[in-house]
Design a protein around this ligand. Structure first.
Ligand code: SF4
Length: 391
């Protein structure tokens, strides 16, 4: 089942920085990856895969956050045994992540997983098994991700290059592809992950120039949320702005839902995905006549989950405020204890400062209603909205 964001269109798609690199398209279950398919966002569960209920619960949370493809680790037989149920009940395609034991590749294919990720550097005698894997995968229509990782690079290439250079990562990936190609199997996507965005960017650039396989972008072991977000945004931004990348996974030492939020935001920022709620708020300065931080936070919280793409400007004074507020779908320019409320470029009213947030929420609801989207306030009538129906 593919997951559509289902956002009604309020404004044209943002212009993109570069045409997408031409890649062949594969299907990860119902989600196309590569070709002209939108760049998809994926994550990985952190539960024990053998704990089917917890894993499915986390997959449900990820799906609600916008995750389109999910990967689950499969380090043991108990995990392999859980795959059929997880693959069957997951609302989004499930990829089994296999290291060390080739037998789990076959188990994942038999289990109905949408794809299998293999790390050639971590699977002993992997190359000897490729014929059998290619045959099983082709028979089931299951694509393979060749996931090369700097931390587990093939020993032969480590000796040749001395460390995990971009060239070493690319050679490893293309070598494995060539072995699959010998068996007529090209239902492949590739990742060449490194924890250093500079090495990672260069590796993907080289890879993009040398094959037409779809590419899964990732900065591996990117770190805790703040550092990992910055590294991923920089690396993915550099590549996606050149049209390179077909699916992304942000790796954070944080709950996986955070990875989805960051990944989605990166795509939205680059105009590769319809923007949802976008708060354009000023950084505040000595001219501010209102507490911009609190106001922006309250508006963000109040409109969280809003089902209509909306750009809301929250500006601290009348210097840049009216200009930005006019450009947004909805906005406020504050000053003298009051807020001028803008809707679609026009001032519709001026309200006292303590009514700014509720007025913006009211107007946002009105915009949604005009678009045929019904939205309810939370049970307590406070900030935060719940979608009742969306077209
Ligand atoms: S809008 Fe006003 S308060 Fe906000 S940063 Fe600009 S000048 Fe400062």
């Amino acid at each position: 089942m593919s997951v559509e964001l289902g956002l009604p269109k309020i404004r044209p798609q943002a212009p993109q920085l570069a045409p997408r690199r031409k890649s062949r398209q594969i299907m990860v279950g119902s989600v196309p990856v590569g070709g002209d398919a939108p760049v998809s966002v994926q994550s990985m569960t952190t539960t024990l895969t053998s704990d089917v209920n917890s894993t499915l619960q986390q997959i449900a949370e990820l799906t609600a956050a916008g995750c389109q493809i999910v990967r689950v680790a499969c380090p043991s037989q108990d995990d392999a045994d859980a795959l059929p149920q997880i693959a069957r009940k997951s609302p989004i395609p499930v990829i089994a992540d296999i290291h060390f034991q080739p037998k789990y590749v076959f188990a994942a294919i038999d289990a109905g997983c949408a794809a299998v990720r293999v790390n050639p550097g971590n699977i002993k005698k992997f190359d000897d098994k490729i014929g059998e894997i290619a045959k099983a995968a082709a028979g089931a229509g299951v694509p393979i991700r060749i996931g090369v990782n700097a931390g587990s690079l093939d020993k032969r290439l480590l000796e040749k290059y001395g460390k995990a250079t971009p060239e070493a990562l690319v050679e490893s990936a293309l070598w494995e592809c060539s072995l699959f190609e010998e068996h007529g199997f090209q239902d492949i996507k590739i990742s060449v992950k490194h924890n250093d965005p500079v090495v990672m960017i260069e590796a993907y650039r080289q890879l993009a120039a040398r094959c037409d396989y779809p590419l899964h972008l990732g900065v591996t072991e990117a770190g805790p949320a703040f550092q990992g977000t910055i590294k991923s945004a920089v690396a993915f931004g550099a590549l996606l702005s050149q049209g390179i990348g077909d699916t992304i996974r942000v790796s954070l030492s944080a709950p996986p839902v955070e990875e989805i939020k960051v990944g989605s935001q990166i795509l939205e920022s680059l105009g590769l995905r319809e923007r949802g709620l976008e708060i354009v708020s000023c950084p505040s300065c000595g001219r501010a006549q209102v507490d911009v931080y609190t106001l922006a936070e309250r508006v963000t919280a109040g409109l969280q989950g809003f089902p209509v793409p909306l750009r809301v400007a929250v500006m601290g004074c009348v210097v840049n405020g009216p200009g930005e507020a006019r450009e947004a779908d909805l906005g406020v320019a504050s000053g003298n204890g009051k807020g001028q409320i803008f809707v679609k470029g026009e001032v519709i009213k001026t309200v006292p400062e303590d009514q700014i947030v509720e007025t913006l929420i009211e107007e946002a609801l009105r915009i949604a209603e005009e678009m045929g989207v019904e939205v309810d306030l939370d049970d307590d009538g406070g900030p935060g909205v719940q979608v009742v129906t969306a077209p």
